[in-house]
Write a protein that binds this ligand. Structure first.
Ligand SMILES: NC(=O)c1ccc[n+]([C@@H]2O[C@H](COP(=O)([O-])OP(=O)(O)OC[C@H]3O[C@@H](n4cnc5c(N)ncnc54)[C@H](OP(=O)(O)O)[C@@H]3O)[C@@H](O)[C@H]2O)c1
Length: 335
């Protein structure tokens, strides 16, 4: 099947009111950026990107911070080589390069209007386009709305839209605080949010998702696999390279506890709707109609193909979600 027709294969949802139609399974581009994920092979990453396009995936999430534009450039290359069309979201990093965002940080040190404009122009170059489909703040704190610089930043956002350089604005929220952007959503200035949402950390469903649904703001669900904890492939013996951030994320007792919980979860979810825990993890996110797309990170084409199969419209109902709510496990392993 030509790639141009492949998008017909996957179900789509609108990314917010009036937003582009995007495949329910999107592509998370952090790992392919070759930063913080240990050994990563560009050829394998390109195979994954091509496999994604062949499967009908047409939403790709990336960021300048993913290898100083490396992930952006690989995605641009895959689109150019195949001639495929897709919605690509990228992110402008905080100027102080601090994650998570600190409530007392000043906008001048995080997202000054000049820095945001520079970030937009740098991503335009990396992606080889005249207009960014979606530019997200790579971190956000609602406290920044009270910063004296906020009106000027809001003006810059409007100006970049008017100039056609940015079609839509979004924010990627702090890993451990899905509510750190609810006031930003209420400003009406952003079109979408990206939020950590998975079977372990279901907090986004409490307040953020209903608010976004009410306001017509698109939701991109990230880290559906808890960085691997919800794939069912980790064991107590799994070890990560020192340069892979997961050596810390799953360090000490964390790995054993994650594996034990994933084992219990597998028994609970594998059944007629999901063949594997990984499929269940993706279907969990897609069971919420506020979610437009879920973006697993995928450096292997085999992962891409099996993840794309999860978008089959057979998601969890209210009773099944109530069962899954028993597996909530909130913690912040990034710190
Ligand atoms: N602050 C932020 O804005 C922020 C933070 C985190 C993530 N994100 C975005 O969200 C995306 C997703 O999060 P993530 O990549 O951190 O984590 P994730 O999607 O929770 O997990 C990615 C891991 O799952 C593995 N995997 C994927 N499909 C699999 C399958 N079918 N079976 C077994 N393993 C599978 C991947 O392996 P391989 O890589 O080997 O294929 C990778 O190790 C990122 O890529 C990025 O776009 C944004």
């Amino acid at each position: 099947m030509p790639i141009a027709d492949a998008a017909l294969k996957l179900p789509h949802r609108p990314l917010g009111r009036g937003g582009p139609s995007v495949s329910e399974i999107g592509f998370g581009g952090w790992g392919i950026g070759k930063s913080m994920w240990g050994r990563t092979d560009d050829r394998e990453s390109m195979d994954s990107l091509r496999a994604a396009l062949e499967c009908g995936i047409d939403y790709f999430d990336t960021a300048y911070a993913y290898g100083r534009g490396h992930s952006e450039r690989l995605i641009a290359r895959a689109l150019k080589e195949t001639g495929a069309r897709a919605t690509v979201s990228t992110k402008v990093p905080p100027q102080n390069m601090e994650w998570p965002g600190h409530p007392r940080a000043r906008l001048a040190h995080v997202f000054s209007p000049e820095w945001v404009r520079l970030g937009a122009e740098r991503s335009l170059r990396n992606l080889g386009v005249d207009s960014l489909d979606l530019l997200q703040f790579h971190v956000w704190r609602d406290e920044w709305l009270k910063d004296p610089l906020w009106p000027e930043l809001a003006e810059t956002m409007r100006a970049l839209k008017a100039e056609g350089k940015v079609k839509r604005w979004g924010a990627s929220l702090n890993n451990d605080d899905p509510e750190s952007g609810v006031e930003l959503v209420r400003t009406g200035l952003i079109d979408s949010v990206q939020v950590l949402f998975n079977i372990f950390d279901q907090r986004a469903a409490d307040r953020l998702l209903p608010l976004c649904r009410e306001r017509g703001v698109g939701v991109v669900a990230r880290c559906p696999f808890d960085e691997g904890g919800l794939t069912g492939t980790l064991t107590r013996e799994t070890r990560f390279e020192p340069e892979d951030f997961r050596a810390h994320y799953f360090g000490g007792e964390r790995l054993a506890e994650t594996v034990a919980r994933a084992d219990r979860l597998t028994v609970a979810v594998v059944g007629p709707k999901a063949e594997t825990l990984a499929q269940a993890a993706l279907k969990f996110c897609l069971s919420f109609d506020a979610v437009a797309t879920v973006i697993p990170g995928m450096r292997r084409a085999t992962h891409v193909r099996s993840n794309a199969r999860a978008a089959d419209g057979r998601y969890f109902d209210a009773r099944e979600l109530a069962e899954l709510a028993k597996h909530r496990w909130v913690r912040d392993f990034y710190l």
